[in-house]
Design a protein around this ligand. Structure first.
Ligand SMILES: [Zn+2]
Length: 85
């Protein structure tokens, strides 16, 4: 997490804020298993998703986003899950 602002070098950081807003839902990213060549009758693709936390600099407003569930996203990536559209 951000300890010091990379823009203005302030150490007055507000950390781990929940990111909210959007159309009734907090913003998130997701990865999903691609369709196999022969899709079975019942196909439930594996997927992982993550909301974000933000650190905001209290001196200049610079903001960094962190995916909360980054480990699961990365495990999904290693298993071939792709960015969902
Ligand atoms: Zn700053």
């Amino acid at each position: 997490m951000m300890k010091q602002c990379p823009k203005c070098n302030s150490d007055e950081i507000i950390s781990q804020l929940s990111v909210r807003g959007g159309e009734g839902h907090p913003s998130y990213v997701s990865v999903i298993e691609p369709d196999p060549e022969k899709k079975p009758f019942v196909w439930i693709p594996k997927s992982e998703q993550s909301h974000f936390r933000a650190d905001v600099c209290g001196a200049c407003g610079y903001t960094e986003f962190y995916a909360e569930n980054y480990k699961a996203l990365n495990e999904g990536r290693k298993k071939g899950l792709e960015a969902s559209r």
